[in-house]
Design a protein around this ligand. Structure first.
Ligand code: ATP
Ligand code: PYR
Length: 631
């Protein structure tokens, strides 16, 4: 059954119709604005008005033919030149138009010779410029509902507290977006169980709650051996680490790495569990490192050891990691989080392997090694995102560097349009307590404000006492922080971006960027969610990069793409088969959003349709429409 979008008929209109739309919108926009509309000067400053006029005069959508036609560039050049003329025209040039003519609901530009804006007219003639302006200005409820969806994604580490069917379901319902399996713990059998449970959940929940699977490699980490029970380390006592296997006494324990003896020097500081305990190296024998405890505590089984300021000389991907990577390929996981990456070479090596194995798995390097910092740009450029792995980062480098590095890594990923995860200790106290510290709450808020795509829970969900409460706290804090960030009327940077883009070359990717930016502005201005149709995921990723104020509902006909998009900020990925008939596809998409109660009758939605494999037509197309949802 085809339903859900308002039937419409397109009419080509000239500039007068565009002008007729603007005064009605303008008056309404001013009515909602704190600035009284009583002078032309003040009208000129109204960002909403300026934006709407820009959109209309730039003939918003770009229609690309496969060959880059000079006319396309001309279209944009014309738009640029038109910009100064956007100032309010003298009254004589902007006569009031009949309200019936309205309807800037569908703004479309062809950049062939015909450069025209198609303005859609509702068949009942009811959607006037005034009505859309009213709807926009009085659209508070839609803004609230569209924004009430959390945009930052939550990664949960699955461990003994959460590796059951019941807990995976509850975590998903509480807000988990990505399930992380740490290959430093457990075995393939236990991880297989988790993968199967997550896949079962995904198969049963097809309405937008998608859980991606991330396999986190152990990497070249140095760990102490198993101990039958925790060993208490007291400040000032002597304690030894030996490369002999299976040793566990009250003053000596094994390490799993033979070159530990060579990597460590007298005077080094050894950190246990990222600094929870520390020891100073006093002397060495052929197989044992003798230390004095600086900060004591309980040494449990398989604790992580770092040497302050040094990376281990092990290869970034160890033999165990290759086994785990193959396990990931067999199970079709969505992401690898790769531990202790030092340079881009290892990313290329892994990607080459994945290509040869025909495995479409994205690679997220964990930035945690001291050696990785000088190579940050090239590592991220070679990858599909990054994780700020603050635990080891703060052990290999001075702890006070962590916030600055976090900011830099987030910024670098954002500039390359790659997703970034901030990880470790986010709600550490909730491993044992049902409420977080205020500092932890602020930490989440900072990660969200910095623009991270995802925030991660480790021990909180893996072995903590309150895994569900931790997810709920993370959800609530992220959502509250976002509500202070995504206010279209106070986001001037969104208005500034296109000008920067105009200075770039008009390659296909630049046009896509410009289009994504415009679509974001349009959705922000009209306070609508965005619906994007994407076969490869790239336009959804681009829209996520521009951080629109409302949700991005990304419809894709590729399961892999749907899974992967679960990590991206603001994106709700939904699988759907595309019809050959674009209208049919739109209608089905709106119907599924209606039945999942993501939208309701009367809401406006911004439909974004673009890319080289567009559903709209054969050739590459960029197209934006705003439509009203009707049952
Ligand atoms: N699959 C698992 N099986 C058993 N215990 C686990 C599992 N995953 C995690 N844990 C427990 O939860 C703790 C926190 O998990 P996390 O993933 O942060 O590991 P980690 O060892 O602290 O550090 P890293 O993230 O650097 O590998 C672990 O130290 C371990 O005790
Ligand atoms: C996540 C992780 O491995 C770390 O923070 O060290």
């Amino acid at each position: 059954m085809r339903r859900a979008v308002e039937p419409r008929k397109r009419i080509s209109v000239g500039p007068t119709c565009r002008v007729s739309f603007l005064p009605a919108y303008k008056d309404r926009a001013h009515a909602a604005s704190p600035v009284p509309p009583n002078t032309k000067e003040k009208r000129r400053e109204n960002p909403r008005l300026l934006l709407l006029r820009l959109l209309a005069q730039q003939h918003l959508s770009l229609h690309r033919t496969p060959m880059a036609a000079p006319a396309e560039i001309g279209g944009f050049a014309a738009a640029r030149m038109a910009a100064p003329a956007l100032r309010p025209a003298p009254p004589a040039a902007a006569p009031p138009q009949p309200r019936r003519a309205v309807a800037a609901r569908s703004l479309r530009t062809s950049t062939s010779e015909r450069v025209a804006a198609d303005l859609a007219l509702g068949t009942n003639g009811s959607l006037s410029a005034q009505s859309i302006a009213e709807n926009t200005a009085d659209n508070t409820s839609q803004v609230v509902s569209a924004n009430s969806r959390r945009k930052s994604k939550i990664v949960c580490t699955i461990g003994p507290s959460t590796n059951t069917r019941e807990m995976i379901w509850k975590l998903a319902e509480a807000g988990m977006n990505v399930a992380r399996m740490n290959m430093s713990h457990g075995d393939h059998q236990s991880h297989q169980k988790v993968i199967d449970l997550v896949k079962e959940y995904n198969a049963k929940n097809t309405d937008g709650n998608v859980i991606a699977i991330m396999l986190d490699t152990k990497g070249p980490e140095v760990r102490s051996g198993d101990v039958p029970e925790p060993i208490m380390l007291e400040e000032g006592q002597e304690f030894n680490f030996t490369i002999r296997r299976g040793v566990s006494t009250k003053d000596t324990v094994s390490v799993n790495y033979d070159d530990f003896i060579n990597d460590v020097e007298v005077g080094d500081i050894l950190l246990v569990d990222g600094g929870m305990m520390s020891l100073a190296v006093k002397s060495k024998t052929a197989d044992t490192v003798k230390c004095e405890v600086v900060d004591g505590g309980e040494l449990k089984s398989r604790r992580h050891l770092n040497v302050r300021g040094k990376s281990a000389t092990l290869p970034s991907i160890t033999e165990k990691d290759w086994e785990d990577i193959k396990f990931g390929v067999e199970n079709g996981v969505d992401f690898y989080a790769v531990s202790f990456v030092k340079d881009a070479k290892v990313i290329h090596e892994l990607k080459d392997y994945l290509k040869s194995a025909n495995a479409d798995i994205h690679v997220i390097p964990k930035i945690e090694s001291a050696d990785s910092i000088p190579n940050l740009q090239s590592i991220i450029a070679a990858s599909d995102g990054a994780m700020v792995a603050r635990g080891d980062l703060g052990a290999e480098l001075p702890i006070e560097e962590v916030p600055l590095l976090q900011e830099e890594i987030v910024r670098t990923c954002r500039s390359m349009q790659k997703p970034v995860i901030v990880a470790t200790n986010m709600l550490e106290s909730m491993i044992d307590h049902p409420t977080p510290t205020r500092a932890e709450v602020s930490d989440i808020a900072i990660a969200v404000r910095e623009g991270s795509d995802a925030i991660m829970l480790s021990g909180e969900t893996a072995h903590g006492k309150f895994p569900l409460k931790a997810v709920k706290v993370m959800h609530t804090v992220a959502q509250r922080t976002e509500s202070s960030l995504y206010n279209p009327t106070t986001s001037p940077s969104l208005v500034a971006r296109p000008q920067a883009l105009l200075n770039e070359d008009f390659s296909q990717s630049q046009l896509s960027k410009m289009f994504g930016s415009h679509a974001t502005m349009m959705a922000n201005t009209l306070c609508t969610p965005i619906i994007v149709f994407t076969r490869t995921g790239s336009m959804a990723v681009l829209l996520s990069h521009y951080r629109p104020s409302s949700t991005i509902f990304a419809f894709t006909n590729e399961e892999r793409v749907k899974q992967r998009l679960a990590l991206y900020q603001g994106v709700v990925p939904i699988y759907m088969k595309f019809s050959d008939d674009a209208e049919e596809t739109f209608s089905r998409a709106i119907s599924s959003l209606l039945s999942a109660q993501f939208v309701k009758e009367g809401d406006y939605v911004t439909l974004v349709q673009s890319g080289v494999k567009s559903i709209w037509r054969e050739e590459s197309t960029h197209h934006i429409q705003v439509r009203k949802v009707q049952c």
